[in-house]
Design a binder for this molecule. Structure first.
Ligand SMILES: N[C@@H](CCC(=O)N[C@@H](CS)C(=O)NCC(=O)O)C(=O)O
Length: 215
C-alpha cells in the first residue's frame, strides 16, 4: 500500500503525521507550502479540490478531513490502538476530534486569517482578539478534561491527544500568555517526549530547510 500525506509546516496536517508514525506506517509526505499558496495551484487542487492540507493519498485514492483520516488510520492499523476500544469511549473520542476540528480550529484560523472573517477596514486586530478570546474559552474546557490525567482517555494515548496537541501548539504560536493552562502545557510536554512527535519535529526542520532552499 502506498501512502502519501499532503503536509505543511505547523498546519493541522501534523496530526495525521503523528498518527501514522504511532501506527508504524510506511509513508511519504508531499510538502505543500501554504505560505506560497501552493495549496491553491492546479496540481494540488487535483488532489484536494478544497485547497487544504491534510489529504491522505492511499494507493491513489484521496481522503480529506482530519477526522476521516484519523479514523482510517485507526481502522487500517488496529494494533496501534489509536482510538479507545470501549464503544462509548470511542464516541467520546470522536467527540473530542470533532471539537478540535470545528470548535477550536476556526478560532485559530480567525487569528491567522482575520480577513476571511471580516474585510471591513481596520477590523483585523479586533477579529484576531475575538479569535483569541474564543480560543482561550476552549482551552478552559480542555484544562478541565485533562485534570489529573496524562491523556484524554484511559491513561492511553489516542487520536484525541494528537489533535488537541496541534490546537494548543498552534494557539501558543500566536503569542499571548497561556501559562495558566497548566494541564494543557503538561500534556504538550508529554506529547513532545513521544517518538512520533520527535520524528515530526525533525521532519518539520527538514521541510523548513526544503522551503527555504526553494524560496
Ligand atoms: N476541515 C479540514 C480543515 C483543514 C485546514 O483548514 N487546513 C489548513 C491548515 S491548518 C489549510 O490547509 N489552510 C490553507 C488555506 O485555507 O488556504 C480538516 O480538518 O482537515
Amino acid at each position: 500500500m502506498k501512502l502519501t500525506l499532503a503536509f505543511s509546516l505547523g498546519a493541522c496536517a501534523i496530526v495525521p503525521y503523528i498518527l501514522l508514525k504511532e501506527a508504524g506506517a510506511d509513508f511519504q509526505t508531499l510538502n505543500v507550502n501554504l505560505g506560497k499558496g501552493q495549496n491553491h495551484q492546479a496540481d494540488y487542487l487535483k488532489i484536494n479540490p478544497k485547497g487544504k492540507v491534510p489529504a491522505l493519498i492511499v494507493d491513489g485514492r484521496v481522503i480529506t478531513e482530519n477526522v476521516a483520516i484519523h479514523v482510517w488510520i485507526d481502522r487500517q492499523f488496529p494494533q496501534a490502538g489509536l482510538m479507545p476500544s470501549d464503544p462509548m469511549q470511542y464516541i467520546d473520542c470522536l467527540s473530542v476530534l470533532g471539537w478540535c476540528g470545528s470548535g477550536i480550529h476556526p478560532k485559530l484560523t480567525q487569528q491567522a486569517r482575520p480577513e476571511r472573517y471580516c474585510d471591513l477596514p481596520d477590523s483585523a486586530d479586533r477579529v484576531k482578539a475575538l479569535g483569541h478570546e474564543g480560543m482561550v474559552e476552549q482551552y478552559e474546557l480542555a484544562e478541565k478534561l485533562l485534570a489529573g490525567k496524562n491523556w484524554f482517555f484511559n491513561e492511553r494515548f489516542s487520536c484525541a491527544d494528537a489533535y488537541f496537541y496541534w490546537t494548543f501548539r498552534r494557539g501558543d504560536a500566536f503569542g499571548g500568555d497561556l501559562s495558566r493552562f497548566k494541564n494543557c502545557i503538561a500534556h504538550r510536554q508529554r506529547m513532545e517526549q513521544r517518538p512520533s512527535v520527535q520524528a515530526l519535529l525533525a521532519h518539520e526542520e527538514q521541510v523548513k530547510a526544503e522551503f527555504a532552499r526553494a524560496a
